[in-house]
Design a protein around this ligand. Sequence first.
Ligand code: HGY
Ligand code: MN
Ligand code: MN
Length: 426
Amino acid sequence: MKTNLPLDADRLWADVMALADITDPARPYTRRSFTALFLEGRAWLARRFAEAGLMTRIDAAGNLIGRIEGTDPALGVIAIGSHSDTVPSGGRFDGIAGVAAGLEIVRALRDAGMRLAHTIEIVDFLAEEPSEYGLSCVGSRGMTGALDESMLALTESGGETLRDALRRVGGTPDELDRAKRDDVRAFLELHIEQGIVLESRSLDVGIVTSIVGIRRIEIVFEGEADHAGTTPMSLRRDALVAAADTVKSIRRIAERLAAEGPDYFVATVGILAVDPSASNIVPGRCRLIVDIRTTDPVLTARFADAIDRESTAHAHAARVARASFRTLSDGPPVACDAGLRDALRLGARDLGLGQMDLPSGAGHDAAFMSRICPSAMVFVPCLKGKSHTPKEWADREAIAAGAAVIYQAVKTLDRSLPQIRSQGAS
Ligand code: HGY
Ligand code: MN
Ligand code: MN
């Protein structure tokens, strides 16, 4: 592992650990988007941005953005970022490492007395993880024009709409057109791999080739809540039976599609809510969400058709209604930009780091950013590939090495990006 990196590994690490400490103490590490803890983490980040000399704002889509003007602002923006929200009982590095890396890169440029021609923006995207409203990547959808009215109308269990939640965190949902950017010339994101490839090959960084497409489907079954002791088996309309059979179908069909190859395919039911959820009540209602990921959208369509048919059949067999089968979100697979990947590859080589190309089975804000500008990612190894768990771990030197690769690439891109001058720098 390299040591003489062009940035301060300890300062970067201290930021990651300080942000990680802002967590639900009863359930480390949890800082769910839109919560008071999330806003506490945001306030801490905004202070660190300001201390680093960044002009800081919340855009209309609720993203926290720190900006340092370039010497030639008309050239537009090179953006670096990720997310500071976590999954429930998640890790300290997923997302956070990428935002902290961006901040350290700005400080390292400053410490080296370097002012780039392009403006640099560090972005903490709002709600990259699937939020309580059922939507992920809220901020990066907003920055890329992919956050629509139907999404803003989604509600969480207490009935608050995403629109109102966006307002609560400083966004202006009625002016989302102001969040959509046309002045970003490149986007780079550092992220832990959330897989075991880099660690197993003792490599320092991964240059991401593509990001999987993700579709999330909600299925609701409605039977009839009944007394668990007095209702004969033949008269029950048990919603959980239909849901459980559907989960088994999902697993079987996903395994079949994954085995077909060569494309990547996985599907998961991570949410299954039983209502009223009491040991002595036959479940009247059951809601599940399927998370589907693939590098080939045709497989997603085949899979969705198959579980549409099978969930209908399971509902019929359990004498319950399949009350809804709706797509909550659907993003296509994305190829990372070849030019940015070259700059990252060059940066890793110049730093003497071991590297490889590899695809991402995880979703990222970079997938949305690729809709408005060339985007690419650097992965750093994480312990045993674990993520979305408190066991998530990445070494201080690994995060610093990944940040240094982006630091090198940003300096290269500042000179090599096509000189697209925006009319009247924003
Ligand atoms: O779910 C994902 O792939 C990402 O960690 N949000
Ligand atoms: Mn995640
Ligand atoms: Mn993430």
